[in-house]
Structure formats: C-alpha cells, structure tokens
Design a protein. Structure first.
Length: 337
C-alpha cells in the first residue's frame, strides 16, 4: 500500500489494511530469443507466497485475528484459495475452501495438494453447487467471506497501488513508458485494478487482459464495471477528484483460452518453455503461460511497440520446500463433513 498511501495520505485513516509483507517488485528487461520486452515480477510480491493475490488480501484480510475462520471458493487448483489459506494462516486464521472441478496439469495438481494441506477443503460438483454451499455457510454465520479471486473493488485497490508503484519505477529507473501491459484475465481484479491505477497515475497505456476463463465470466462490461467501482471507491476514501478512467484502454484477448479453465495451450507452453530456456521463472499453464504467450507474440509482431508482461504467478514454493505454515487438520476430516 506504500504507493497508494504516499499519493493519498488520507487513506491512512480511511482504508484499513494488514501488512502481509508485500514489497515493491522488480521491473526487468527480458530477452527471449530475439525478442525483448519488460516484465513486472509480481511473483516476488511477498517472501512467503507472492503473486497477484496477496495484493488484494492485504485489504480483504484487514482485521483478521487468531482464531478467525475464513471462507472462499475456487477451482481445485486455485491460486487465490491457496493465497487465502497461506496468508490467513500467518494471521492465525483457519480457511475453508469450497472447490469445483477443473482440468488438471502438473502445477494445478500441486496447488490442489498444497491447498488441502493448508485449508479445510469441501469438494463441490460444480461452480453453482460451490456457491450454494458457501451461501449456506455464510447464512449460518461465523466465517468471514473472501470473494472468489479477491475481485471486488476493495481487493482491486491492491492493483491500483501496483500501478502507482510501476509509475514510480518507470521514472526512477528511467525506463521507456510501455505501450501496453499484458496480464491474465480471470475474475478480473488484477486487470480492473491496473486499469484504474494507470488512470490515476495518468499513464496512457493499454491494458491487455488475456482471457483464461469462460467468456461469460470475463466480459468487457464486467471488467469495466469493476474498474469504475474501484476508481469510485478510491475517490471516496481519498477524498479526492481522480483523473478519469479511460475505458478505451482495455483490450481483451479472446483467442488463448484453450476451451476450458486450466487447459494448457500449445502457444502458452511454447512461450513458457522459451522463457525457461532463457533463464526466466517458471510459468503456470492456467494463467501466466497464456498471458506471456500473448506478450511475446505482441513484442515480436510489432517491434516498435513496447510491451510489459505482468507476471502474476509465484512458482518458488514448488521448488524450495514447505515455506507456508501448516494448519492443523480438523477432526473429523473435511471430506466427512
């Protein structure tokens, strides 16, 4: 929240948040084959578990105390659910996640296994059933609801802060302003927050959201509505008149979904392999590989267009061991409830 609080000091009184260790993430030049582009390393956003979700959780977990119970939903390999469970545990909270099936791949399956170690997982048969079960638990009272993906105006403010952070880095590092930012588009919080944040920073850049979910979930109308609500919320909390939102800055890339959530694509995997061969970080097949494939393609096809890839997936936990706190399992086991 450093960049946001520095720009709007009133937020220190009006915007509750909790420090989950989010720090400024690097902006790097990447060279992949003959193609050069910028990358925002949001995989390094926190030392325990980074990625994009922790930025929203610094706001959505404000006020959580030891012994509190959290509730969220997501697919079986949900990085959002994993982030809620991991960062909630650092605050002493227990998380229940209601999941629905998705297509599997190595990283999604590993995420699901790690999630079951950290959270109490209830398996639903569909998205509709997961939300129904969550609604029943919410009506019964007790758990604190964390919306899917953290994609509500309050959570999206985390990426307004990230956009302001980027603006500072472009100036301090004397980097050329990118023409477009490429990020995966799922529940929409990251893309909507960046869209609102770049408007606030008065950076005229296009935001390309690479759709990785069914079309009905990630519509242009839905993303723009979330961006507008986030922009309005910031204006109210900051007591300020903000630069206007540029709705024309949003572009949704529709061709790299793959036909099902979690399904890897050949273009995404080719791009991920090329990055790994160049010494870059590991990408996941659900989100970051697809977005990087688009970023790399744009940078190759239009060499004069400056592209920045926003890396939302933290793969470090896959290789460096158990870096997230264990949460004691309940008795009886979640599967019997």
């Amino acid at each position: 929240m450093r960049a946001l609080l520095a720009r709007y000091p009133r937020l220190a009184e009006t915007l509750p948040w909790v420090d989950l260790g989010v720090r400024q993430t690097p902006v790097e030049w990447w060279r992949v084959g003959e193609t050069t582009l910028l990358a925002k390393r949001d995989d390094l956003s926190a030392s325990t578990l980074g990625g994009n979700k922790v930025r929203a959780l610094e706001l959505l977990l404000a006020g959580v105390q030891p012994g509190h119970r959290l509730l969220t939903v997501g697919p079986t390999g949900s990085t959002h659910a994993l982030a809620v469970a991991a960062h909630g545990a650092l605050l002493g909270a227990r998380t229940r996640v209601i999941t629905w099936p998705q297509e599997g791949h190595a990283i999604a399956d590993a995420t699901g296994r790690r999630l079951r170690e950290l959270a109490d997982v209830t398996a639903a048969r569909s998205v509709a059933e997961a939300y129904l079960l969550a609604a029943v638990r919410r009506l019964a009272g007790g758990p604190r609801w964390i919306p899917a993906g953290g994609s509500v105006p309050l959570g999206a403010l985390g990426h307004v802060d990230a956009a302001l952070e980027l603006a500072e880095q472009l100036t301090s590092m004397r980097l050329p302003r990118p023409d477009l930012v490429v990020a995966p588009l799922g529940s929409g919080g990251t893309v909507a927050g960046l869209l609102a944040g770049l408007a606030v920073a008065e950076l005229p850049m296009r935001v390309v959201g690479v759709r990785v979910v069914p079309r009905v979930v990630a519509t242009r109308r839905r993303v723009l509505r979330l961006a507008a609500r986030t922009h309005a919320l910031l204006g109210r909390l900051a007591g300020a008149t903000l630069p206007p939102l540029d709705v024309g800055a949003l572009e949704i890339e529709q061709e790299h979904y793959g036909g099902a959530y979690g399904r890897e694509t050949s273009a995404g995997q080719t791009a991920a392999t090329a990055l790994a061969d160049a010494g870059g970080p590991r990408l996941d097949g659900t989100y970051s590989a697809k977005a990087f494939g688009v970023a790399l393609e744009r940078a190759r096809l239009v060499p004069d267009e400056r592209v920045l890839f926003w890396l939302t997936f933290d793969a470090r936990w896959l290789t460096r061991g158990n870096i997230m706190p264990k949460v004691p399992r309940p008795d009886p086991s979640p599967s019997s409830r």
